[in-house]
Design a protein around this ligand. Structure first.
Ligand SMILES: CC(C)(COP(=O)(O)OP(=O)(O)OC[C@H]1O[C@@H](n2cnc3c(N)ncnc32)[C@H](O)[C@@H]1OP(=O)(O)O)[C@@H](O)C(=O)NCCC(=O)NCCS
Length: 179
């Protein structure tokens, strides 16, 4: 599978159905899913999400969640990427990250998120990128802030409840008209 992005330590590549076992192992872990409104997912629910990412996101948008693989060992360490949301009549693109707890605290999410932000501004005609997070998810907020995001809304409420929305604007140096 061709990589979408590379960082110092990671390859981000498109997910395939062969990633189901690895992804399901993460999605059934309550610690990993602590801040997700749906909580843990079963293998079947994970299969459905994976199929949705592959069949809908990749085909319709050309982006979605990607597998994060360690270059050194080829280990699957999580999934990161871009997700579209309709908010207030506007399509917002979210930078998403979820990693195996065995690899937390090594700067990998920050490394992945930085590369994803640069890739998104270089390839998509978006003026900003966002991160939607539960106000209690300090790790996720720390990653968002480290990649240059600031609080946009502290009062965003959807069917899942209150979220904080962090955002980063397109840098002037990366001209949207050239995307
Ligand atoms: C959020 C997540 C991806 C962060 O991954 P990570 O690779 O450990 O993050 P990093 O190592 O890049 O850390 C980035 C910053 O967050 C801080 N951080 C990480 N975990 C933290 C925690 N539990 N509490 C406080 N700060 C934390 C780090 O200290 C670091 O800041 P520093 O460099 O100033 O010390 C990981 O915790 C995760 O997968 N969580 C479960 C899934 C999830 O909630 N995803 C986000 C949904 S919005």
């Amino acid at each position: 599978m061709t990589p979408v992005l590379e960082t110092g330590r990671l390859v981000l590549r498109q997910l395939t159905m062969d990633d189901l076992d690895d992804l399901a192992a993460l999605y059934r872990d309550p610690e990993v899913r602590r801040w997700f409104p749906e909580g843990v997912l079963t293998r079947e629910e994970t299969r459905a999400e994976l199929a949705w990412v592959i069949d809908v996101y990749y085909r319709t948008y050309g982006y979605g969640l990607w597998a994060a693989v360690l270059k050194e060992t080829s280990a699957f360490v999580g999934r990161c990427g871009l997700l579209p949301w309709e908010i207030g009549g506007r399509t917002e693109v979210e930078v998403a990250y979820l990693l195996d707890p065995a690899h937390w605290g090594r700067g990998l999410a920050t490394e992945a998120a930085r590369a994803i932000v640069a890739h998104a501004f270089a390839t998509l005609p978006v003026d900003r990128l966002i991160c939607l997070l539960d106000p209690g998810n300090v790790a996720s907020r720390a990653v968002a802030v480290k990649v240059g995001m600031t609080l946009l809304w502290d009062d965003y409420v959807d069917e899942h409840g209150l979220s904080h929305v962090y955002a980063i604007e397109r840098p002037r140096s990366v001209d949207r008209s050239q995307v």
